[in-house]
Ligand binder design. Structure first.
Ligand code: G1P
Length: 852
């Protein structure tokens, strides 16, 4: 749960476990990792009812019915004639967590009940969970009020330098028409007494709740636990209990301002209205693109998948029970994946995000690692000097979608600065004397250097081209997409990503051709000429040593930057890029194809080939295959063989999904940590959804339609299977039991929507126009049509695909109508011109396409 700007982030599970925080330094309740969900009572928002002599814990399962919506969590419980509804939500426009408990007497007898709520207030940094947890509790100052309590620690405990704390954590509560609780148990010590959390004195003995008269407490682990009045609940009667929890700080907002909400939400009716407004807000957000496959389950599931990228943006890659690491930042790759879905759902925002993100590129073609939640760049979370060799490919994929969607190729010429930190020459050189407040690259003369976005992309594609290992393959550096391949920095090579670089070096020429229509020449950083070797001093690309020399020359030349620009003929750039790309295509096809019927994707730290048959059995990795297909390095004949190998070695016959790799049998210290994980988890042979979506994308893009759908459907089937044990969403991966792990904050959702739109529904944006090229088969139609709606050029576009006949195999578009006016095809493609959409006088356009 969260609000629209992500200023309060919470997690909640069906047993009311989880946590509430506004950032890594300000966990309002104790941080919960996945193991805590079922084992740590301190990580629950609980509620107890004393019913006659029995105490009922509401977080236990009482024939629960769970309803999860945008963005609220509701559980209905039934026991002993009572119905209890527990709703948790954060209003879309406020940073308070609301828990609303409604107790209804559904029996024919009057019930006597005494409610007590329970929620530990932690009020400090996640780090303190194992770093001076007790000592940091001594900083606590608790102030009691008639409606609740405030926790204001005196200081922030941090041995790097303690400082004054300015954050106040609070929890307030009332029942019905703003009636305050009777009193409270404000510390764990007082609540537990001589018992323990399972049998606390506060619930089992006659311990008196404290009232405001006892107004101050210090140095204790804090608890928001409110005792409400004993009620005689008549048949049909109901009682409401509402608890607000949150935080404010003098730097963010004042106490008075924050607590104002109390007045505006001082009755169950007002809270109910806020809940309705919150639902409305998020439902509206989801309208940016709508899919209707005539299957309520699938449609509903897709809503959540569409929503995932937003949660990832707001939560970063931290702050859910499985994501028990990081401080809320996102990685480079994640950022660009998020841009993909943003381009589909919020294209206007995507432009700014793209421009802002390119400012993270270094002059050596690498980039900053961590993106803060406000879009700034940091060098590395743990100050580790790392470079991932795949980073250069993701920006281009998102940029390409932007250029195709808008036709705005002028963005390529926009000049922006570069990122700079202590790392140089792709982290080979560390500059200990580096001092900068703003991490902005400067020239010799200390002025800020700006280069075009095109120049940024070119550097990201060109430096890896030269950065090769002994097999003339792009170096793996500290890992690639697979973060778990992180132990082969010296000699490792990534064939998998060489495929994509080869593709992009060629693909970008399409946009250069567009630029050429306006100017024959463009200005670029003078030193980049070194990387366009074929224009001055062509080297032999078959000789890896020559490539490395060129890169070294470039590093030297840019060690302190002249800042001068040079004009290049676009035709010359195209010539050079195509030459590089064709060299790679031929090299990869010839040298990395294995007789076993698939591609080798890696060399390890002692320069050994990783994949293929060895004494222990067959070693095969999915990424290597995915990118060989996506890049079109693999020929059709090869793709057929690869697919046969994938189904043979990587598909799980029972679960239907595809694994990331075969079982390598043991640790692999010359490649990476991944192989130390249990086989079937995370990056070691799990059903890793991001890679599987990309496999589907790759197959569909090369017209292997049936195969692409098989993979695409395996993800949905595994997600909605009972074995997955998850809310509706795409998890990062499924383990060998088919259980989904790492929920919501995963890049796979962005790629899933991207694949759905660009491949399956075949909405191919082309320089501001739309080409309809669906990859659909008869069996993909649940009913006779598939509908989707989205905004384009300020118009509401509604596209309907109708199926004619029952043909086997991929369906072809037969005819298309633009608001009932037939469209003429170009070859087999139907194109809807951007200008026709723009110039259309109405605001709604209905495109009907008939497929046979
Ligand atoms: C996660 C990381 C991503 C990385 C992947 C594989 O994927 O966020 O950067 O490439 O693991 O190591 P995600 O959970 O986002 O799908």
């Amino acid at each position: 749960l969260t609000n629209k700007d992500g200023s309060l982030l919470t997690s909640i599970s069906p047993n009311l476990s989880g946590d509430i925080k506004s950032g890594n330094e300000s966990f309002i309740t104790p941080p919960a990792s996945s193991i805590d969900l079922k084992s740590n009572l301190l990580c629950r928002r609980d509620f107890f009812i004393r019913l006659d002599k029995k105490i009922i814990r509401l977080s236990d399962n009482h024939s629960d019915l769970l309803e999860a919506g945008f963005l609220y969590h509701k559980i209905i419980k039934k026991f002993q004639g009572l119905q209890v509804e527990m709703i948790n939500f954060i209003p879309y426009d406020l940073d308070i967590d609301i828990m609303w408990v409604r107790i209804i007497n559904r029996s024919r007898k009057t019930k006597k009940l005494t409610p007590t709520s329970f929620m530990p207030l932690y009020g400090r940094s996640a780090e303190n969970i194992r770093d001076h947890r007790h000592v940091s509790s001594l900083l606590n100052r608790i102030e009691l009020h008639s409606y609740g309590l405030l926790l204001k620690p005196t200081m922030v405990f941090d041995e790097n330098g303690h400082f004054l704390n300015d954050k106040t954590y609070f929890s307030f509560s009332f029942q019905d028409r703003f009636r305050p609780p009777l009193g409270q148990f404000p510390s764990l010590e007082y609540y537990i007494g001589k018992g323990d959390l399972l049998k606390p004195d506060a619930l089992l003995k006659e311990v008196k709740p404290l009232t405001r008269a006892f107004d101050f407490l210090q140095g204790k682990e804090t608890l928001a636990s409110f005792r409400f009045k004993t009620e005689m609940l008549k048949p049909g009667e109901k009682k409401d209990y509402i608890i607000f929890t949150g935080m404010f700080s003098s730097s963010r907002n004042s106490q008075a301002k924050t607590l104002k909400f109390l007045k505006s939400l001082n009755s169950p009716e007002k809270v109910g209205l806020k809940l309705e407004k919150t639902k409305e807000y998020w439902q509206n957000y989801l309208k940016a693109i709508e899919f209707d496959f005539k299957d309520p389950d699938l449609n509903n599931w897709l809503l959540w998948v569409k929503f995932q990228p937003l949660l990832r943006k707001l939560f970063g890659c931290s702050f859910l029970p499985h994501f028990d690491y990081g401080k809320g930042g996102r990685g480079w790759r994640d950022l660009w994946q998020d841009a993909l879905s943003l381009l589909i759902t919020e294209p206007k925002k995507a432009k700014d995000l793209i421009i802002q993100s390119f400012k993270g590129v270094r002059i050596d073609g690498s980039n900053a690692t961590i993106i803060t939640s406000n879009g700034g760049f940091l060098s590395d979370r743990n100050k580790i000097n790392r470079i991932w060799c795949d980073h250069g490919v993701w920006p281009y994929i998102s940029l390409r979608l932007y250029l195709n969607r808008t036709g705005d190729t002028s963005l390529l010429l926009k000049e922006i600065h570069y990122f700079q930190d202590h790392l140089k020459s792709r982290a080979k050189v560390k500059d200990p004397g580096f001092l900068s407040q703003d991490f902005v690259m400067r020239t010799k003369n200390k002025s800020i250097y700006k280069g075009s976005i095109l120049e940024h992309v070119l550097l990201e594609l060109l430096t890896p081209f030269f950065n090769v290992g002994k097999h003339n393959i792009i170096k793996l550096e500290n890992a690639d997409w697979n973060d778990g391949l992180d132990m082969a920095a010296k000699n490792g090579e990534s064939v998998a990503f060489s495929f994509l670089y080869a593709d992009h070096l060629r693909d970008i020429c399409f946009f250069l051709e567009q630029l050429k229509k306006k100017n024959k020449k463009i200005p670029l950083l003078q030193e980049i000429a070194i990387l366009f070797d074929s224009l001055e001093k062509p080297i032999d690309y078959n000789n890896y040593k020559e490539k490395i020399k060129v890169l070294d020359r470039y590093y030297k030349a840019t060690a302190s930057l002249s800042g001068r620009k040079k004009y290049f003929y676009i035709d010359n750039l195209i010539y050079d890029l195509r030459k590089k790309s064709s060299h790679m295509f031929l090299w990869l096809r010839k040298k990395e194809w294995l007789n076993e019927g698939f591609f080798n994707g890696y060399y390890d730290n002692i320069s050994r080939r990783v994949e293929g048959r060895n004494q222990q059995g067959m070693r095969m990795m999915l990424s290597s295959q995915v990118f060989s297909i996506m890049s079109a390095v693999a020929t059709d004949k090869q793709v057929k063989k690869i697919w046969a190998s994938i189904t043979k070695y990587l598909q799980d016959k029972e679960l239907g999904g595809f694994r990331l790799n075969t079982d390598f049998g043991s640790t692999y210290l010359n490649l990476g940590r991944a192989f130390g994980f249990s086989y079937g988890d995370k990056e070691n042979g799990a059903f890793f959804n991001h890679m599987n979506v990309m496999l589907s994308f790759a197959l569909l893009s090369q017209e292997f339609v049936a195969e692409g759908h098989k993979v695409f459907e395996s993800i949905y089937n595994m997600s909605v299977s009972k074995k997955a044990k998850i809310y509706p969403l795409i998890p990062e991966y499924f383990n060998s039991q088919g259980q989904g792990l790492y929920l919501y904050l995963t890049g796979s959702a962005s790629w899933y929507i991207y694949t759905l739109v660009e491949q399956i529904l075949g909405l191919k944006f082309n320089l501001g126009n739309i080409v309809l090229a669906p990859k659909l088969q008869s069996e993909n139609f649940r009913k006779n049509s598939i509908e989707f709606k989205f905004r384009f050029c300020q118009k509401n576009l509604h596209i309907s695909y109708f199926k004619l006949g029952k043909n086997k195999g991929p369906l072809r578009v037969e005819k298309v109508f633009f608001n009932d006016k037939p469209l003429i095809s170009f070859g087999k493609d139907f194109m809807i011109a951007g200008k026709d959409i723009k110039n259309y006088p109405g605001s709604k356009i209905h495109i009907k396409a008939y497929l046979r």
